[in-house]
Write a protein that binds this ligand. Structure first.
Ligand code: GLP
Length: 265
């Protein structure tokens, strides 16, 4: 394992740490070690802040390993974890709801809610079926605010540098809103829609960079050689609206987790 010293990480422009692991499996375990520690810490807090969760292929092995890990906890601690669970997801497709298997709501139920026996009310997501999506975006942001904002935020990286669905160009003040998905993002996410990009919804609801940057702690996870190009750009680029993830750089507690394939292609 290689965990770059904070000083080295900051030379790369990131305020916190960059952790590199040889392969996906060991990276996933390292991320889950950190998450497990955070979840244990939360158990002792009076009013823990919600977890900020992401979807996408990157997160599938993370959630699987996290579920396996916490299922080994003593029964009383696992029960406390279940009872106290509160998470807010980043985004949802406009027009899709829990009954659509491609929705992020269904993804969260499959990957986390059902295996951990959480109630759907504990896993907050924007309502993709709301009749007024923009109003829904404002409500979702208000609801998150009423819970105190995000504590620990997990993020994946889009191939065009998006986080959540904050497509480029996007500045750090963008708040929760309805966005149009780019052609490249619809292509990137087509696998879940029978490999047909035209079936991927045109719009989505997403937390903005504003809400993401308000999280106490951010973990950006980048794996696989398909992300090598955008990761390289991210490590070498200044903060720019053209690469929304670059706005994470100055956050005081951002951890970047990468595997060798993402770093070297
Ligand atoms: C998706 C989602 C993000 C996700 C990112 C990376 O479109 N909106 O939440 O983190 O893009 O996706 P993947 O992990 O499938 O590469």
């Amino acid at each position: 394992m290689k965990s770059l010293r904070p000083s080295v990480a900051s030379e790369q422009g990131f305020a916190s740490t960059i952790t590199l692991r040889e392969n996906l499996l060991s990276l996933v375990e390292a991320v889950v070690d950190a998450l497990e520690g955070h979840l244990r810490q939360r158990l002792g807090e009076q009013r823990p802040k919600p977890l900020g969760l992401a979807t996408g292929r990157t997160m599938v092995p993370i959630y699987a390993a996290l579920v396996a890990r916490v299922q080994r906890w003593p029964a009383d601690e696992l029960e406390d974890l279940r009872q106290g669970w509160c998470s807010f997801n980043l985004d949802e497709y406009v027009g899709l709801g829990a009954a659509d298997e491609q929705s992020f709501s269904a993804y969260m139920a499959r990957n986390l809610g059902e295996p951990l026996q959480l109630s759907p009310q504990q896993l907050h997501l924007p309502d993709g079926e709301a009749t007024d999506p923009q109003q829904q975006a404002c409500r979702y942001a208000d609801q998150l605010q009423s819970f105190g904002g995000v504590g620990v935020q997990l993020l994946g990286l889009g191939s065009n540098g998006h986080v959540g669905f904050n497509e480029p160009p996007c500045g750090p003040d963008a708040s929760c809103r309805v966005v149009s998905l780019s052609e490249s993002t619809r292509q990137q996410n087509a696998a879940a829609f029978g490999a047909d990009p035209s079936k991927v919804p045109l719009k989505a609801l997403t937390l903005g960079l504003r809400e993401i940057l308000e999280a106490d702690e951010i973990h950006l996870i980048v794996t696989g050689k398909a992300k090598a190009e955008i990761l390289k750009e991210l490590l070498n680029s200044p903060c720019t609206d053209q690469l929304p993830a670059s706005w994470l750089r100055p956050h005081p507690r951002v951890a970047l987790w990468v595997d060798q394939a993402a770093l070297n292609g």
